[in-house]
Design a protein. Structure first.
Length: 325
């Protein structure tokens, strides 16, 4: 009986490892040797003219990986009222950069038709865009294939919400094979980019449903937000820097703000409510920036492997917004 259990366990570990091994650095070195250079060159040419796009592209990659794995399902357009895709789910309505991904894909398609997946394009673009604005570099093993299914309900339930408490965050990340350290590090992406007031205005105006303010949010910061930014709970147009003063710079500002109770989202503040994650934050703040950069890179590599489709699974889409007919 013990031998049977051991053999079964061995098979699980072996095949699990084989799935991971299907992603490899330089996957396209024979089938499309110029692919990664073409992508990198396009990003280096265009992101300097639109540096604020780096954050949305990174966020798009994150949102993609959290629903059905990193398979570019977030890029698929809805085809009818009965086929609503991830794109139109509430967490994804503020995503932007879809046209940028389409343009990159068209460049690669012109070089090697039907070879490079949209999932790999997205993963590489996210990495390269962050690099252009001075962020960390991380390895992106390739070989992902594109998914065939995308639906709005999965995105609505599986993407971590800005209103999540610590328990909800921990569960959400654990469901994707990510631990508490990954949670803190990946949340560090909030050092760049902006947020819409509606993502956190309940903390300012109606935290418990009684017209009150979230007591965990620094009161001076809350007052400033109400007076100068989000002047009503229903403001759905105003945007706020997630890391005021350096929202286009990959630095430690986000973590420093958390320790001052100035994280925008409830999910940001939640990271300080657990002793383990708060300790990680303190250690990052007290370490050189290079420490955060290196550890963030490792967390991104890990995230980029979530639920990948390889081999004969899925397909290589001709256009990222549509499955092949």
């Amino acid at each position: 009986m013990k031998m049977v259990i051991f053999f079964a366990l061995f098979c699980v570990l072996f095949f699990s490892g084989a799935v991971q091994a299907d992603l490899q650095l330089g996957f396209y070195k024979s089938s499309c040797p110029k692919a990664e250079k073409l992508i990198q060159d396009f990003v280096k040419e265009h992101i300097p003219n639109a540096p604020s796009l780096a954050s949305p592209l990174l966020r798009m990659h994150f949102h993609d990986c959290f629903v059905r794995g990193c398979d570019a399902s977030v890029l698929i357009n809805s085809t009818s009222s009965n086929n609503q895709t991830e794109k139109v789910a509430t967490p994804n309505l503020t995503l932007r950069g879809f046209d940028f991904i389409d343009r990159v894909k068209s460049v690669v398609e012109a070089e090697c038709p039907g070879v490079v997946s949209c999932a790999d394009v997205l993963a590489l673009v996210a990495r390269d865009a962050v690099g252009v604005i001075g962020g960390p570099f991380w390895q992106v093993p390739t070989g992902r294939r594109d998914g065939l299914i995308s639906n709005t309900s999965e995105a609505a339930t599986q993407i971590p919400a800005p209103t999540f408490n610590f328990s909800q965050l921990q569960t959400s990340f654990a469901n994707k094979g990510l631990n508490l350290t990954d949670l803190v590090l990946l949340s560090g992406a909030h050092t760049i980019g902006v947020a819409h007031c509606t993502s956190f205005s309940n903390r300012l105006y109606n935290f418990t449903g009684k017209g009150d303010e979230d007591p965990s949010l620094d009161s001076e910061y809350a007052t400033n937000l109400k007076q100068n930014k989000c002047k009503s709970i229903n403001d759905n147009t105003t945007i706020v820097e997630m890391d005021p003063g350096s929202f286009r710079t990959f630095d430690l500002g986000y973590y420093k703000l958390l320790l001052k109770r100035r994280g925008l989202f409830q999910s940001d503040e939640a990271l300080t409510t657990n002793s383990n994650t708060k300790s990680t934050i303190v250690n990052l703040v007290n370490s050189p920036l290079s420490t955060f950069m290196g550890e963030f890179a490792l967390a991104m590599e890990k995230m980029g492997r979530i639920g990948v489709k390889t081999g004969s699974s899925g397909e290589i889409r001709k256009h990222c917004a549509f499955v092949n007919s």
